[in-house]
Design a protein around this ligand. Structure first.
Ligand code: SF4
Length: 372
């Protein structure tokens, strides 16, 4: 396993729209943080003792939750345990997700000393009314100060997340947010369309599909003009600054996930697994020397084929034309090209890729090509 994901389950509060496994401060009990640290170290030891960590780590990703709520000394103990078993590759990428509400200069200097070299900061919006509607605890001022802190701490590879399709959000709001964020030397931007369950109180206020498409096409144009490659459906990067860890996910590579609710994928065995989504179950299982895995599944040929298409359509490099094996697939692809959802790749001869509009309608493309 050259790629490792570690899930840190604590957050300041639980945001209204969030589906990730995380626990807000109000639901955290005393001792939870140290219980988590012990359990994570036990899980690392269990995999290390089984000889799972052989090749040096090329990518590490600390997600959650809000990993930046974990103090550097606790982080240091967790990674000292990991580095008993393995080392980092010379050109490793080690990312931490952070939130503007949990950032200080000393803390981020200390993370850099441990070895972190990339930060992904969840800004989501720079409008205070939208932030509070989404249940975020930070405000615009904190978000902008957080960037200053990160750069002052010496990070040069910084990514940020924004949401589009937020009820009440306009293209002008997005333009203003992106203009302000790209004034910092950020190298990467992820923009996700807000999705909510039908029972969510804001569901009826979500913009319609045409407005969502307007948001997505505007973002594509704006970011390209500023020298970012739209290399994945929701991700933009300066040349050479693509998120390498996420590319492992998007190209069907293997990764191991540690921590409650973390997913793993073994490409050789074509097997996926997930840890239990409960801090206390996770800790109890590891304390009893058991695995924290909740389920494992072997992927069928159909699942592999569907995933292959889903992943290829979301990447800018697209897929080779010779994947279109049946006359039906070839015919469908021709129609998608005529509809300007697919196009020939200008730099990779023989590849087809989604156009910016195709990115926004990728589910429809996958449905046409994978089920043939
Ligand atoms: S900060 Fe992130 S992980 Fe935590 S609740 Fe909000 S969206 Fe979810």
């Amino acid at each position: 396993m050259k790629s490792l994901y570690l899930h840190f389950p604590f957050c300041e509060t639980k945001c209204h729209y969030c589906d990730f496994y995380s626990i807000g401060r109000e639901k955290t009990r005393e001792g939870d943080a140290s219980q988590f640290e012990r359990a994570m170290m036990s899980e690392i030891k269990a995999y290390g003792d089984r000889g799972v960590f052989t090749d040096p780590f090329e990518t590490l990703f600390l997600g959650g939750g809000t990993p930046s709520m974990t103090p550097p000394d606790s982080m240091g103990r967790i990674f000292s345990t990991l580095f008993i078993y393995n080392r980092l590759a010379p050109d490793y990428e080690w990312t931490m997700e952070a939130n503007p509400s949990s950032i200080s200069l000393d803390q981020f200097r200390a993370y850099r000393e441990i070895g972190l070299n990339r930060v992904s900061m969840g800004v989501q919006s720079l409008r205070n009314d939208h932030l509070s509607k989404l249940g975020r605890v930070h405000d615009e001022g904190q978000a902008l100060r957080a960037f200053e802190t990160l750069f002052e701490a010496g990070f040069t590879n910084v990514s940020t997340d924004l949401l589009c399709g937020v009820p009440g959000q306009s293209v002008d709001d997005l333009r203003e947010h992106m203009e302000r964020l790209t004034q910092f030397p950020i190298q990467h931007l992820s923009i996700y369309l807000l999705t909510l369950a039908p029972h969510h109180k804001m569901y009826k206020d979500l913009p319609d599909e045409n407005e969502q498409l307007r948001h997505l096409l505007f973002i594509d144009e704006f970011m390209r003009e500023r020298g970012f490659d739209h290399y994945e459906i929701s991700n933009f990067a300066k040349p050479g600054k693509q998120a390498r860890h996420n590319l492992v996910y998007w190209t069907g590579g293997s990764y191991l996930g540690l921590g409650p609710s973390a997913h793993s994928y073994d490409a050789q065995k074509r097997a996926r697994s997930k840890n239990v989504s409960s801090l206390h179950k996770y800790a109890d299982l590891l304390a009893a020397n058991k695995q924290a895995v909740e389920w494992t599944e072997s992927l069928t040929d159909e699942q592999i084929d569907l995933e292959k298409w889903m992943l290829a359509v979301r990447l800018e490099k697209g897929f080779p034309r010779d994947w279109l094996r049946t006359p039906r697939q070839q015919n469908k692809a021709q129609i998608l090209v005529r509809e300007k959802l697919l196009e020939s790749h200008d730099k990779i001869p023989g590849n087809l890729r989604a156009t910016p509009r195709g990115f926004a309608l990728s589910d429809a493309i996958v449905k046409e090509l994978a089920s043939s």
